[in-house]
Unconditional design. Sequence first.
Length: 233
Amino acid sequence: MSTPLPKNAHISQHPCLQAKLSQLRSASTTTQQVQTLVHEIALMVGYEALAGGLSVREDGEDTSPLGYTYTRHTTTPSPQKISLVPILRSGLSMTPALSSLLPSPVPIHHLGLYREKSTLQPVEYYNNLPYHSPTASNPSAAGPAELAIIVDPVIATGSTMCAAIETLRDWGVKRIIAVAVLATRAGLEKACAEWKEGVEVWVGGCDESVDEKGMIKPGLGDIGDRLFLTIGK
């Protein structure tokens, strides 16, 4: 019997999501269909992740079209204290879905990471996190978010997600929600162990292992190539 998953690991059990994930796995699925399915699965996993990671608070009063006064609500943390962090390039495909779930726009900070082919270790090639905090002379400078939401379709070995978590933790975020379409069990466990008290990882499905090239079995193939029609590059 396999050991239980970490408490901060969450695998969706939604029947419709599992059906869409099965469609996404197929080699016959077109690029346009892949883009649509990743967006839809990101919405579904993101909906569950934000339900678990956010809370609601009152935010003043407003008036309905019929003239009735009602209490407005927003999230805690507020959108101004949330950052969305797609891992380039595949994380871009999930960004609109997560953005649409939040009540108002949030800063989007990109991290560029790729796996070195021989070692499968992550290499950072781009980082646009604002490392300058507000000061009296520069009050508009952006400091670290209270909550960072990492989006990346695949958690294979877990090394890339761990590198992103480490970068955001060094930046100063208090909590991280990681959202993925598919993970391996080992990758999920590794990501969850990187910062046990500060990270919650939500995925649409979980496969058992990777092959010698670090690709998930049966997995989704190279999801970046499938999303952006760069197969054979």
